[in-house]
Ligand binder design. Structure first.
Ligand code: NOJ
Ligand code: NOJ
Length: 618
């Protein structure tokens, strides 16, 4: 009810301009934030199996992205969304919400199982399978075409679980210490090994659209290795791979900066053309925030000159393109912000989690300034400061001048939360997006990540305005030195099912990577799949067969390719399948067999030519 009253007041007064807005901020915002926070936390738990009221069918520990099953169907568990949500839950747990511990333990178990589920990105034995972005909510593979792999997932999962493991070790009790060592670490170790091996390989970005290198992915990978190394040392295990690769990743991270902002995606496929201005980078600064770090540009800390300059460029890119921002033309007022200005998904709209991320970055920055009670304005972030405090000049501020600038940043941050709340329906429900035209909720309803972003924003605000310590340091001081020369190397990892954490015994067996090439002329809209008698090939169910890639298809050679990890030493029966533009299948009229070599062996690419009926467009 309090929420309802808040929105009524906001709607009634929003026309009255700055004075009214200030009044709302000061008198209503904290209460409105607390009310929505309570609702958001409950809504997150409602989306977690097995008991979440919104997600019947999701098994134990599965964090569902959204209960929405169509337009869009988000009834899956994404590694990224789940890990970011779990990090939030772990941080809340550390603040005394002891009732959250079973959710953490269930998540650990579900992730231990998922690590062993072979999927179109690969299997556990090579590590490749860990890059799979999403799974069904009963912990089985999702076989259809998707932007994969996405290499942020393992790093984010490691970060969530490392935070929990460090708490377990800090309590010092025997059973807690054992839980850290025997259950949490084996899952974390697979993920860290994955990062150390694959950080320098391209993959899809967090929006699942762009193949290349993503700023967010690189940054969270660096953080995971630095804190993973510290945890490994506490547990007395080898951390050499993490220690050797973390500096290389930090070095690479510097290459995204273009002098004005961090370019979200680099090393992209040819034909990719965007400004690179993207919430990716704002989410990076909050995902790698360390309350004990200084305003470090290399680490893109929230208060760093680069991250502040970047924030302004990002926010400004939405000022004129969204109708609902038209009355916020002044650069000192908040704006609704989305993923990136060129976005067309659902026609390209503001998202709750990206608008809230702007506020959270500034709340995080305030915590960092408060630690030293000074604030330095540099040429790099001068434009940001002048946009919220016009007379600002380059220099170091302390005392009342410091407080004035800091409070301008606080008020600016608050105004982004007010925008998100203004477009939140009276129920408090947070979907994925809100309309660029009129602010009504759009796309997936009750998005878990939207709710999690509200809770982390609220914690950051509390920490900026009181002595609440929202998140523990991740020890960035031991990983903030940028090497003079970047080295693009990699450490081959080993990957073991985390059986004590719940992975099925005997899973994660040795696999061999096999490339299948088939010449099959297709018309536009017709696709080739690979089916067969193994789970990797869908057990003869055409709907579960593997989608092929036509990336090298040409008039000279109508090539469709598949890369799949198959169990070593097995005999596999397979066939190619045509999927017509009307959804019908056409099958080959021949039987094919492949003898997969033993563990450690190599299989030369399989070269085939389609045998069977030819398709026709419908
Ligand atoms: C679904 C993805 O999750 C979303 O990020 C993307 O924009 C759309 N597919 C379109 O590619
Ligand atoms: C689409 C978003 O682009 C992606 O980041 C997210 O993981 C999925 N939706 C699920 O929420």
């Amino acid at each position: 009810m309090r929420m309802r009253a808040f929105f009524a007041v906001l709607a009634a007064t929003s026309l009255h301009g700055a004075v009214a807005r200030l009044f709302i901020r000061q008198d209503y915002l904290p209460g409105a934030i607390e009310a929505e926070n309570t609702f958001a936390l409950r809504s997150v738990l409602n989306n977690i199996g097995p008991n979440g009221s919104q997600v019947p069918g999701a098994v134990t520990g599965v964090i569902v992205a959204s209960p929405s099953t169509e337009d869009p169907n988000y009834f899956f568990t994404w590694s990224r969304d789940a890990a970011l949500t779990m990090k939030m839950l772990v941080d809340e747990f550390l603040h005394g919400k002891t009732e959250l511990r079973p959710y953490i333990q269930d998540y650990l178990k579900a992730q231990a199982i998922l690590q062993t589920v072979s999927n179109p990105s690969g299997a556990l034995s090579s590590g490749r399978g860990l890059g799979e972005p999403k799974y069904y909510c009963n912990l089985t593979r999702y076989n259809d075409a998707w932007g994969r792999p996405q290499r942020d997932g393992p790093a984010l999962r490691a970060t969530a679980l490392i935070t929990y493991a460090r708490w377990l070790l800090a309590t010092g009790e025997g059973s807690d210490a054992n839980e850290a060592k025997e259950k949490v670490w084996p899952v974390v170790q697979n993920d860290l090994n994955y990062v150390a091996q694959y950080w320098n390989s391209t993959g899809f970005d967090l929006w699942e659209e762009v193949s290349g290198s993503s700023f967010f992915t690189t940054a969270v990978q660096h953080r995971a290795l630095v804190e993973g190394s510290a945890l490994g040392k506490e547990l007395d295990v080898s951390t050499a791979a993490y220690d050797s690769q973390a500096p290389n990743i930090l070095c690479f991270l510097q290459t995204y900066w273009n002098g004005q902002y961090a370019v979200a995606n680099i090393n992209t496929q040819s034909g990719f053309s965007r400004t690179g201005i993207d919430a990716n980078t704002v989410l990076t600064s909050i995902a790698t925030f360390d309350p004990e770090a200084s305003c470090d540009d290399a680490l893109f800390q929230p208060c760093s000159p680069r991250a502040l300059a970047n924030l302004k460029v990002y926010v400004d890119s939405f000022r004129t393109i969204y109708t609902i921002n038209r009355n916020t033309s002044s650069n000192s007022s908040a704006a609704a912000t989305g993923r990136y200005p060129e976005d067309v998904y659902f026609n390209g709209n503001p998202w709750y989690l990206t608008t809230l991320a702007v506020a959270e970055q500034l709340y995080d920055a305030i915590q960092q300034w408060n630690t030293v009670s000074t604030l330095t304005v540099s040429p790099v972030d001068l434009a940001f400061w002048q946009s919220i405090s016009p007379s600002t000049t380059v220099g170091t501020y302390s005392g009342s001048d410091f407080i004035a600038l800091r409070d301008a940043a606080l008020a600016y941050a608050d105004s982004f939360v007010a925008v998100a709340l203004k477009y939140t329906p009276p129920s408090g429900a947070l979907a994925e997006q809100y309309s660029r035209e009129n602010g009504t909720a759009l796309s997936a309803r009750d998005l878990t990540w939207s709710y999690a972003s509200f809770v982390t924003m609220r914690g950051a605000r509390l920490a900026a305005t009181s002595d609440y310590a929202q998140v523990p340091s991740w020890g960035s001081a031991s990983g903030n030195e940028v090497p003079a020369v970047c080295e693009a190397s990699s450490v081959q990892g080993t990957y073991t099912p985390a059986v004590d954490a719940g992975a099925p015994p005997g899973s994660g067996g040795c696999t061999v990577l096999v490339t299948f090439n088939v010449n099959a002329s297709t018309y536009y809209g017709e696709n080739i799949y690979l089916g067969g008698n193994t789970i990797e090939l869908g057990n003869w169910n055409p709907a579960e067969a593997l989608p092929g890639s036509a990336i090298a298809y040409s008039a000279e050679r109508p090539l469709w390719s598949f890369v799949v990890e198959l169990p070593a030493n097995s005999t596999v029966q397979y066939n190619y399948i045509r999927k017509e533009d009307n959804g019908e299948y056409l099958f080959e009229t021949t039987n094919r067999t492949l003898a997969v070599p033993p563990c450690g062996g190599n299989n030369a690419p399989v070269e085939d030519a389609w045998v069977g009926p030819v398709g026709t467009p419908s």
